[in-house]
Design a protein around this ligand. Structure first.
Ligand SMILES: C[S@@+](CC[C@H](N)C(=O)[O-])C[C@H]1O[C@@H](n2cnc3c(N)ncnc32)[C@H](O)[C@@H]1O
Length: 245
């Protein structure tokens, strides 16, 4: 992969693998369309320390004045809302595969002039630059190969000095630590006061997750050319990573 240029291209083979990834994508789309109406209701129970986790992202954007913001996999706009509170005069674009999820966001933000793009962010052609690109709990649905393509694509649409902040999930560094993460996920969900049916939906949706290892993620960012790559939050598999252009 070429490094250090302003614009970077990565080859991505359109093979049988990609066709099966497309089918995987359809499963993700179906799962989030189906979840959309109740999605916000149980988020705080589903995500440990959600306030600290999401606010870590917001804090990392504080130094930017009226930034142009892109929220990838914005869903119902939980992170977008926090971004808007921090940057009320910004131009904000929400991208998501699921129209149903974005429709909830549209309704929530009907008084704001946000932009909405229903698209697979991996395949969508972004034509503008952004000062801040964020994503929360979305990119772990991609294969590792696709993650590298997306991280590169994001680098290419960041303005100089811009930042990409990703709040997502990682795999354990070893099989042993992955088992510890799995147990933590299961124990956390088991003890939440939410309907059993909803817990099962969350357990089923976890089967679509494909998190990468943190060490690989940091290396990919640095290889692509991101500067000051660091991890600002981590709790078991939940982490916030940021890198600048
Ligand atoms: C767990 S939700 C997170 C939503 C929101 N960011 C939040 O923090 O609540 C993941 C979202 O990513 C979207 N998503 C997954 N893969 C995507 C892709 N390839 N392109 C666009 N959106 C995608 C899903 O449709 C879903 O709305």
């Amino acid at each position: 992969m070429p490094v250090g240029e302003d614009t970077i291209t990565v080859e991505f083979a359109g093979t049988d693998d990609m066709r099966s990834d497309k089918m995987e994508n359809d499963k993700v789309l179906d799962a989030f369309n189906a979840a959309s109406s109740d999605y916000d209701k149980y988020r705080k129970q589903a995500i440990p320390n959600m306030d600290i986790y999401y606010n870590t992202v917001i804090k990392l954007t504080q130094e930017y004045e009226n930034p142009k913001i892109l929220d990838l996999g914005a869903g119902t706009g939980i992170l977008t809302e926090l971004l808007y509170k921090q940057h009320p005069n910004s131009e904000i674009t929400l991208v998501d595969l699921s129209e149903d999820m974005l429709n909830i966001a549209k309704e929530k933000f009907r008084e704001h002039d946000f932009r909405y793009v229903i698209a697979d962010y991996l395949r969508h052609d972004f034509e503008e630059e952004y000062d801040i690109v964020v994503s929360s709990l979305s990119i772990h649905h991609l294969t590792d190969e696709e993650k590298i393509v997306l991280y590169t694509k994001i680098y290419n649409i960041l303005s100089q000095g811009g930042v990409f902040i990703n709040a997502d999930q990682v795999n354990g560094a070893t099989d042993y630590t992955e088992q510890i993460y799995k147990k933590q996920d299961a124990d956390h969900l088991d003890k939440q006061n939410i309907p059993e049916e909803e817990k099962q939906i969350l357990r089923d949706r976890r089967k679509l997750d494909k998190p990468a290892k943190l060490s690989d993620t940091i290396r990919w960012y640095e290889d692509i050319g991101y500067k000051n790559v660091d991890v600002y939050y981590k709790y078991y598999r939940y982490f916030v990573i940021a890198g600048e252009k």
